[in-house]
Design a protein. Structure first.
Length: 475
């Protein structure tokens, strides 16, 4: 039987009193009965036993042990899984003017070497690392669709299925966002040779979504991604948006680079976020990735729309994108979350920490990301990340409320970083103290997939990843 100690639970109102969490057979949380809860994980008892199928239940906490603390798993709002394989391999200067655009050439060369099998191996390694770090849901912004020559595989969904298989193998909850990628710039130029495997016409793209939706369930949601305004022309955007199911999530790269902003102004007569707000019914189904370059009106416009901004702090820093105007956006009441994007870091702690540090560096002040609910930076960041999880992923995740998935992290409160911790500082200690991973266990849908800081299949997944890296580097 898998058990975890009775714990204080992080909620919208802060820490709860110590209690157990109870789940039904599908791994969703249900109300805790007052007494008499027993049983193990979901599924150990029959479906006729009533709603309480399993308790994430009291363990044998010895006297003197620290209070156990459980926080909700973090949703990773932006991932390109294949880029995990090139992390740390684009950090040598090739030109004094190195930029996002020269990095992109390296990325394209690497992308050309992926097969469905290699993508599965790299994605499984990445997803296991995410689970160990505290991400329990991932939004996969997937554009590596076809064979390197641009022709569809015999199964046009082969690459998508590799990602779904990696998610199933590791246990991470997946929001798969197949990407529509049609043109190489705002001027509608065709895709370059290196972009050919990314491309679809509208009908083929909608056909891909139809194929993938057959497998939707609690573990998999299929949404839509528009690569960017430069890669999807206005007519195609309207056609796809009109064809989507009403509750489909829609993600888009929007304003990552200043060159992209300038080109959008030149060709479409408006900055990218302004153009999108004026030309699409942007609402809470939308996630705007890298809304880095915003003017004051755009900050207000996104916040009013209810859309989520996916901030990828470490990647945006790595690529020299620019700094998101966090304080103004919080003041406007905007919704946001984080993503590991290119995976030069796979850690929600580092994403959240640097979200705050970037602001401190440019303002020369401290404790900037605080809200009305808390004067703690860590707590404000956790509240923010939780509040966007359902809207951005389409899954019942985020806070550990009744009827949401039992996706949670057991923090290692025996670690020195938590010595003497109180309810007032526990979240800040987790996010702002040291670099040791303080996630001891990760549970997704009531199933423990990380124990003692290690993914339960870490060794096998890592061995296959090493073999795949050897192949990728030999090509
Ligand atoms: Zn991206």
């Amino acid at each position: 039987m898998q058990t975890i100690p009775q714990a204080k639970i992080w909620t919208a109102a802060g820490w709860s009193a110590p209690r157990v969490l109870v789940q039904d057979v599908s791994g969703r949380l249900c109300p805790s009965p007052a007494v008499g809860v027993s049983g193990g994980i979901a599924g150990e008892r029959g479906a006729n036993d009533g709603p309480v199928q399993g308790a994430i239940q009291p363990g044998t906490t010895g006297s003197g042990a620290a209070t156990a603390r459980i926080v909700p798993g973090i949703a990773n709002l932006h991932s390109h899984a294949f880029q995990r394989a090139m992390a740390g391999m684009a950090e040598r200067q090739t030109d004094p003017a190195d930029s996002f655009w020269t990095w992109r050439e390296t990325m394209y060369r690497f992308a050309a070497r992926f097969t469905p099998e290699r993508l599965h191996a790299v994605a499984a390694q990445l997803y296991a690392e995410m689970l160990e770090a505290g991400y329990t849901t991932v939004c996969e912004f997937h554009y590596l669709h076809h064979a390197p020559d641009g022709r569809p595989y015999a199964d046009p969904a082969a690459m998508s299925r590799a990602l779904v298989a990696a998610a199933r193998e590791t246990g991470i909850r997946l929001t798969l966002l197949p990407v529509l990628y049609m043109t190489g710039g705002f001027d509608a130029r065709p895709l370059s040779e290196r972009q050919r495997r990314f491309g679809h016409d509208v009908d083929a793209y909608l056909g891909l979504l139809d194929i993938l939706r057959v497998d939707e369930g609690d573990a998999l949601r299929v949404g839509c991604a528009l690569h960017s305004l430069r890669a999807v022309q206005p007519d195609a955007m309207r056609e796809v948006l009109a064809a989507l199911p009403r509750d489909s999530r829609i993600h888009i790269h929007i304003a990552e680079q200043t060159a992209e902003v300038d080109e959008c102004v030149a060709v479409r007569g408006a900055r990218p976020v302004r153009w999108l707000l004026d030309n699409a019914a942007v609402d809470s189904r939308w996630t705007l990735v890298h809304a880095t370059h915003l003017d004051a009106g755009e900050v207000q416009g996104i916040a009013r729309s209810g859309a989520t901004v996916a901030i990828c702090t470490t990647t945006e820093g790595n690529l020299g994108d620019g700094l998101f105007p966090l304080r103004d956006y919080l003041d406007a009441g905007g919704r946001w979350g984080v993503g590991s994007d290119s995976h030069i870091s796979v850690s929600p702690v580092e994403e959240l920490r640097w979200l705050e540090y970037g602001q401190r560096l440019v303002t020369r002040r401290r404790n900037i990301a605080v809200g009305t609910a808390s004067t703690s930076v860590g707590e404000t960041l956790m509240h923010g990340a939780m509040a966007s999880a359902v809207a951005a992923t389409g899954h019942a995740v985020g806070l550990l409320d009744d009827d949401r998935h039992a996706d949670l992290l057991v923090l290692d409160t025996d670690a020195p970083a938590f010595a003497g911790a109180t309810d007032d500082d526990a979240i800040d200690r987790w996010l702002f103290s040291g670099n040791r991973n303080l996630v001891r266990e990760t549970w997704v849908g009531g199933r423990r997939v990380v124990a003692e800081g290690r993914h339960v299949q870490r060794d096998a997944i890592e061995a296959r990843y090493r073999a795949t890296m050897a192949e990728l580097l030999a090509d």
